[in-house]
Design a protein around this ligand. Structure first.
Ligand code: ATP
Length: 519
């Protein structure tokens, strides 16, 4: 299931006694006080208990990264899709968690830390090669924009009209593309960070009573990874992507006192968050077939990014003051729904079409060669070029034994032909010849060594002894190589065979020689 973590924004007015984080650092109990603004939560209910995956209170950005993002990143590098959401009321710290503060290095958020983590990993991985690219979009007032349009280098945001709205085009039930969305390849951490900062500049931000720099849109920063093995030359590759979803904050108009444009924005924000909630609810209902993804751009875009095959994490940002108790309860309720969404991350493996073509071409060439040989063999066997069913796979054990028996029969002169119908068989026949030859060579050598010993023909004593017994002529001493085999000492050598140059002694001579030598 989807994991949900609660991040509590530091405040001097923490609602002590109303919000109680248990020792397990997972359970949050909330008790509404009379004076707290809880009128809209539930008329009857005044206490709640929420069991989450963990509460991150008074923790630094690094710990949030390690707790929430690391596992998703490792899985991304393995080829699984992932999503990290920040959800919560306006001003609760979503953007701080996601992007952080660029002025202070230690305050950088999940996105820059993740970029750094990914590049560290890919640069030290000698097993795979990676291609990384980045896109950054926002959904503002139910219209989708590219925060990194082609002209972004010379064009900072002053007016939304400068940006072309993007449209989602459905390819089939499971796939869609965002027409016109740019996806930039990046080769190092700095390139990726530059894109993040460029996109940040283009985000729609307004000021209201609860946040001077309130994001008025849902922003989705996506890192795409494609990787090939450097070790195995196969045609498969992996593709995965990770969405960092910084949702616009839900807000109560009464509190933010939004007017005019900000009021209109708040309407869109609240409505799209409601649609997101409906999607989450539908995903948790086991027998519900239809999930209303199409109700908003946000849910449509995130269709395959909430649970399912995608490893999903939610950070529920809360502002733990008594006056925000209603929003805290509502954020935690959303987290509870999200925790019911099931997930089963899967590795996205694809076949590289170019490599597939190369491999198939190689296979065709091999088969053509095989076929040509097959035809040649058939025509020489007077088969009128008629092709028989051919097996291009390796031979089975039975076929190998058969071929070996045929070759043996051929070598021992029991037959005149070996029937061959494929190149695989030719290979096997050669291999059978080789092994039969080696076996017979070994058998001959073994027999020779068990019956004879070798004498050194350069040893003058041996030479003069052989001359004395008449096995060598006087001039033969100059022979470059003399091999004399004598019967083993153990059996007192009954036989001596001597070969001097091309002179061969017959058995009778040998026997006489042995006697003379005293063998
Ligand atoms: N954990 C934190 N530590 C320090 N400052 C924080 C923390 N969380 C939030 N803040 C500060 O609170 C203010 C509001 O945070 P932020 O803009 O991230 O909220 P938000 O949830 O994104 O709001 P909105 O939905 O309106 O965009 C910022 O000045 C931010 O620096």
């Amino acid at each position: 299931r989807v994991e949900c973590w609660v991040r509590v924004k530091p405040t001097n007015n923490f609602a002590q006694g109303l919000i109680d984080v248990q020792d397990d650092l997972k359970t949050i109990n909330i008790q509404a006080a009379k004076e707290a603004d809880t009128s809209e939560t539930n008329n009857q209910k005044t206490s709640w208990s929420f069991k989450t995956d963990g509460v991150l209170a008074n923790v630094n950005q690094q710990l949030v990264f390690e707790t929430v993002a690391k596992q998703v990143l490792d899985s991304l590098l393995q080829g699984c899709n992932g999503s990290i959401f920040c959800y919560g009321q306006t001003g609760a710290g979503k953007t701080f968690t996601m992007t952080g503060l660029s002025e202070i290095f230690d305050n950088r958020g999940l996105v820059p830390r993740s970029i750094s983590y990914i590049f560290n990993h890919v640069q030290s991985d000698c097993q795979r090669s990676f291609n990384i690219s980045i896109s950054y979009i926002e959904i503002y007032n139910e219209v989708m924009y590219d925060l990194l349009p082609h002209s972004f280098k010379n064009d900072s945001r002053t007016n939304k009209k400068q940006f072309e709205p993007l449209a989602i085009k459905e390819l089939d039930d499971n796939n869609f593309v965002v027409k016109g969305m740019n996806c930039y390849p990046v080769t190092c951490e700095n390139e990726a960070l530059n894109l993040l900062f460029e996109g940040e500049m283009n985000r729609t931000i307004s000021s209201h009573k609860m946040n001077r720099q309130s994001s008025r849109s849902h922003c989705i920063f996506t890192i795409y990874l494609q990787s090939h093995s450097l070790v195995h030359s196969d045609n498969r590759y992996m593709m995965s992507r990770l969405n960092f979803v910084d949702l616009a904050g839900s807000e109560r108009i009464k509190k933010t006192q939004s007017k005019g444009k900000t009021l209109e924005e708040a309407g869109y924000i609240n409505k799209s968050l409601l649609y997101l909630e409906q999607v989450i609810t539908a995903l948790t209902e086991s027998n519900r077939g239809h999930v209303p993804y199409r109700q908003s751009k946000l849910t449509f875009f995130l269709k395959d990014s909430i649970g399912g095959c995608c490893l999903t994490r939610l950070i529920a940002n809360v502002w733990g003051e008594a006056k925000h108790l209603f929003e805290t309860v509502s954020t935690l309720r959303f987290a509870m729904s999200m925790m019911k969404v099931r997930e089963q991350p899967t590795i996205n493996t694809y076949v590289d079409p170019c490599m597939q073509v190369t491999l198939l071409e190689q296979e065709v060439t091999r088969l053509k060669r095989e076929l040509a040989l097959h035809d040649a063999l058939n025509s020489s066997n007077n088969n009128n070029n008629k092709r028989t069913t051919n097996n291009y796979d390796g031979l089975c054990e039975k076929e190998r034994v058969n071929i070996r028996q045929c070759v043996k029969a051929y070598v021992e002169d029991h037959c005149d032909d070996i029937e061959i119908v494929s190149a695989t068989q030719v290979k096997e026949v050669f291999s059978a010849f080789k092994s039969i030859y080696q076996e017979s060579l070994k058998a001959t050598n073994d027999a020779y060594h068990s019956n004879y010993i070798l004498l050194n023909a350069h040893d003058p004593n041996i030479v003069s002894m052989l001359q004395a017994v008449g096995l060598l002529g006087a001039n033969a001493a100059a022979a470059t190589s003399v091999t004399v085999a004598a019967a083993t000492a153990a059996t007192a050598a009954k036989t001596v065979a001597a070969v001097v140059g091309d002179k061969k002694d017959d058995d009778k001579n040998v026997k006489q020689s042995c006697k003379l030598c005293g063998f």
